[in-house]
Design a protein around this ligand. Sequence first.
Ligand code: ADP
Ligand code: MG
Length: 581
Amino acid sequence: MSDLGHVVRVAGPVVVVEGLTSRLYNVVRVGRRHLVGEVIRLSGPLTVVQVYESTSGLKVGSPVVDTGAPLQVELGPGLLGGVFDGIQRSLPTLAMEEGRPHARPFIRRGIEAPALDRTRMWNFEPAVAVGDQVATGDVLATVAETDSLQHRILVPPGRSGTVTACEAGAARVEDPVVWIDGEPLAMLSRWPVRRKRPVAMRIDPTRPLITGQRVIDTLFPLARGGSATIPGGFGTGKTVQEQTLARWVDADVIIYVGCGERGNELAEVLEQFPQLVDPRSGGSLMERTILIANTSNMPVAAREASIYTGITIAEYYRDQGYDVAILADSTSRWGEALREVSSRLEEMPGEEGFPAYLPSRLAEFYERSGAVECLGRDGRTGSVTVVGAVSPPGGDFSEPVTQYSLRLAGTFWALDTDLARRRHYPAIHWSRSYSLYQLGAWFNDRVAPDWDAQRQWAIRLLDEEEELRSVVQLLGIDVLDPSEQVLFRTGRLLREDFLQQSAFDEIDAHCAPDKQYWMLRVIRETQQAMAGAVGRGVAPDEATTIDRLGDVATMRWWPAHEAKERATALIAEVQEEVDRL
Ligand code: ADP
Ligand code: MG
């Protein structure tokens, strides 16, 4: 038995070690620079390690030390606003240590950069008293992590007993603050990234996660605790979509995993988010955001770890009773990291060179989404919603990462190259996308009793317009009968004045559900008015070119709180104009 071995072979991120007695998934430190690695295979006397840092210059014979622990994340107050690499090393801390506070995320190899600040003081406000019986998940204390989020310190999984001492007031994350049966407990805890955190019970996701995006909330809504996948070819808007969601989604905590994409895109997020105002709190958006960056220029194996690091932190805030959204851009780059490591391991390749375990690994990620009842006596609930972008090569959705993702996710937002080329944004294609979540009852209850009926109307109309479009392209609009011409015109209103929504427009970037409802209602009533006119003999080209359609096109800039009033007025004006024909 030995916790010390030596390198016998180096193949990119994969290192073969001899003389080490280790366990699968233990973390090891490799070479004189103490590069961080993880045991991914044990084969006889050999231990195969994937190294999360560049292995260039690493020599055969270099020492390898087993740390005796699996890859784990640090959990506690101070994560919000943080920027970490794929194995949760703090990026700003590193940049500072290097004396380059404003430098792009950059890490010197083998460096230690703990995720949580060891010196920062937090005000620990106990929720328990000496003598209380506590068990896993019970709230021991709260800490105001940011102005808008109360961090709940919980009894960690597996612990229970009697509170024997408790210290209120200023404390650092490693200071003992509560004693259970005489055993000290600090705010900082750890959890292995590849294992899900336990919950009391999973519950059905029946509430939507509001995104403020019309095509999403109205047509293909996402459930709180659900999952979505966004496949799209190059330049179709995946990154813009993920960043728009990060900004507007109605969650308490946002975890953004920049996985294998260009570094400058994440640098933009880093520059923008602190300046953006969080619509929920009025503070900086960064105060509820955690960024995990493993960009294309960073080591490939850490990319594989980054999504587990992200989802473990997500579960940690979920367990405190919060709604968390985790956005990963892109899972294809993550799949490519799996493929690269697998090929270095000389494993038998599966579809398109991906390892045979690609689907099970993807499932392990998506299946950690969910709405749950948390452990702990207060019966709080929380959720993790997962949104993964997929970049299929050549935009071909038949490739494995897209195919497996769509089987796992409850919502499928298919980005379409043609729509993007025509600058129809978001380029989510209405006839190829879907949502399996049954959220109509919630919207009917909370927004308008005919929300779901109206949604069904819109979906049907878009379908019918699509069918008519091929006819019109061949033979012209005049071959359609009058009511079809009205339908055709309404389809265009729907696409241009409802589904299109610029992420960069100050007002239109976000559209509240109530405003979505009233915008759609205007289009529906407009169709009825135009249909009424052609029904009494008005020429279709007259009925479908009324002046008020110009006002329909400006609905997107209505102030949300005036939507109902404005819509009611516009509906009356449309009717009036049509009546005069
Ligand atoms: P991808 O990540 O799929 O390669 P991007 O998200 O970088 O594509 O989008 C490419 C470009 O498309 C953006 O720079 C932007 O100009 C445009 N775009 C995408 N989505 C939107 C949107 N919702 N609103 C406005 N413009 C968009
Ligand atoms: Mg992108």
